[in-house]
Design a protein around this ligand. Structure first.
Ligand code: FAD
Length: 466
């Protein structure tokens, strides 16, 4: 079992004592706010999605504009601090908050601008997927994002970004056209295919290592009504359902993205769910989805036409903020019956009813991108396995963590060896390297070029090398 590392503590809190005069000067230079412990709003601002993470920064810079981000970066840099950077606050490892030190909080930066003629949308660094979808959907357009609407556009895109359009239009980062970035040196750069192309490459899968992104510009696609929803089967049929999923999901038409989940209903009934989103002509979708709805008699079939923005909120209730979360994830190269058995057996032993085991398949359009075209390297892995341990009572911490670790160990023989960076906890250097895979060395060179002092290290860290 790998060692777990607490990045927030390993990099020691920066001193709270920046000095009154320096703090006054920083506060005076900001359009946004500066919060210190005891200020109204401080506790809310330090809270993140995962309640297992409870940290107290010395300063939270609530940025209102790129200039505020720059001021915060320079302030931290002058003092040798390593700021945490917060977009949507959904890092399960809690990388967007720290004990002591500074949080550069982009959550006040919520602007979205859609250019329907050019099919582009610009989202500031604190925007959530729900907010971006609402604006793009007003024009019948969308860009691929995540499956829970409260998740931040920033962290999700910088790590890759998978969701209901992944097989149709690729990852979120595949649809990034440009990013505005405050570098570790305090420069404000625009990165795109033509401007700082190596930075642009690194931002598309390299996580928060290369600077603070204050705005993202995405390519949009026409996406209106989709055919989507959930088909529920009794947990007793889980083996059959997962074998079906194994054979069906990776080779489905590109318009169809699916997942299979072992979960418990709010009433306490263990279920297995197939969740689907068809983003194509609806008549063709009916035929494409038929096998998924008919291979065995379901308990309930909730699939039907729905606005894409609603599809994007379908999973929200399953992932509310404020629960304690400990997640493990691995790409699987195959899913033989022995792996299916292990998934089903471990899911049955989960100590908490909030825990879910999910299988996804990021094939289709996402898999046709070369592994080195962007920094996200895991193109073509047929399945991604998620062990989402979630619970509410702190007394359950040890048991739930143990469950996730044991389940991962059981499934590890089927892994590609790779892990998706956005679902990684603080799991040590070997797992960070597994997340960046074959692109790690190039990322380390980009890190040396754009952040040679490793100012931005409260993340799945790439150290400057090369
Ligand atoms: P934060 O915690 O704010 O940031 C995460 C990381 O990104 C940190 O290292 C942070 O420093 C860095 N960062 C944040 N903002 C910036 C910025 N503006 N500039 C530079 N660095 C920045 N992933 C998917 O791909 N698909 C999903 O469907 C999906 N669903 C999820 C659902 C839930 C409920 C949760 C908790 C996570 C989910 N994830 C999903 C994982 C998600 O992509 C990562 O947790 C991601 O890091 C969240 O981004 P954030 O901005 O909300 O997080």
């Amino acid at each position: 079992m790998e060692a777990e590392v607490d990045v927030a503590r390993a990099h020691a809190p920066a001193p709270a004592a920046a000095g009154e005069a320096a703090l006054r000067a920083l506060r005076g230079s900001l359009r946004g706010d500066l919060l210190v412990p005891g200020d109204p709003g401080y506790d809310e601002a330090r809270r993140v999605h995962n309640a297992l993470v409870d940290r107290r920064p010395a300063l939270i810079v609530r940025c209102a504009a790129a200039g505020d981000v720059r001021a915060a970066v320079l302030f931290a840099r002058e003092r040798g601090w390593h700021p945490a950077v917060r977009g949507g606050g959904h890092s399960v490892a809690g990388h967007s908050v720290c004990d002591g030190g500074m949080v550069i909080d982009l959550s006040p930066m919520r602007g979205v601008r859609v250019d329907p003629a050019a099919r582009l949308a610009r989202a500031e660094g604190g925007v959530t997927w729900g907010e971006l979808d609402r604006q793009t959907q007003a024009f019948g357009l969308a860009t691929p994002g995540g499956i829970v609407s409260t998740t931040g556009v920033a962290g999700l895109t910088l790590g890759g970004g998978v969701g209901w359009l992944v097989r149709r239009h690729g990852l979120a980062c595949d649809n990034l056209v440009a990013a505005e970035v405050v570098t570790a040196g305090g420069e404000i750069l625009r990165a795109s295919a033509d401007e700082h192309p190596e930075l642009f490459w690194a931002l598309r899968g390299g996580g928060g290592n290369f600077g603070v992104v204050t705005a993202f510009t995405f390519r949009l696609h026409p996406v209106g009504t989709v055919l989507g929803g959930m088909v529920l089967y009794p947990r007793g049929r889980a083996r059959e359902v997962l074998r079906f999923y194994r054979d069906f999901a990776p080779g489905a038409p590109d318009a169809l993205t699916t997942s299979a989940g072992l979960l418990t209903s709010p009433e306490g009934v263990p279920l297995v769910a197939l969740v689907a989103c068809w983003a194509g002509p609806l008549a063709e979708g009916e035929a494409a989805l038929r096998p998924l709805r008919t291979f065995a008699p379901p308990l309930a079939d909730g699939i039907g036409p729905l606005p894409f923005a609603r599809m994007q909120r379908l999973m929200d209730e399953a992932f509310p903020p404020g629960r304690r979360n400990y997640w493990k994830s691995d790409f699987l190269r195959e899913l033989p019956d022995a792996a299916v058995d292990a998934v089903v057996e471990h899911a049955a032993r989960a100590p908490s009813p909030h825990t879910a085991v999910l299988l996804e398949s990021y094939t289709g359009a996402a898999a046709r991108v070369a592994h080195d075209a962007t920094a996200y390297p895991h193109r073509g892995a047929p399945y991604n396995l998620h062990l989402f341990a979630a619970w509410t009572d702190p007394a359950g911490d040890a048991g739930n963590v143990r469950w996730a670790r044991e389940a991962r160990e059981a499934l590890r023989p089927f892994s590609t060896g790779g892990v998706y960076v956005n679902f990684l906890g603080d799991e040590g250097e070997a797992r960070v390297r597994a997340a960046y895979g074959a692109n790690h060395a190039r990322l380390a060179r980009a890190k040396r070029a754009y952040d040679p002092l490793n100012l931005f290290r409260r993340n799945q860290n790439v150290r400057p090398e090369g």
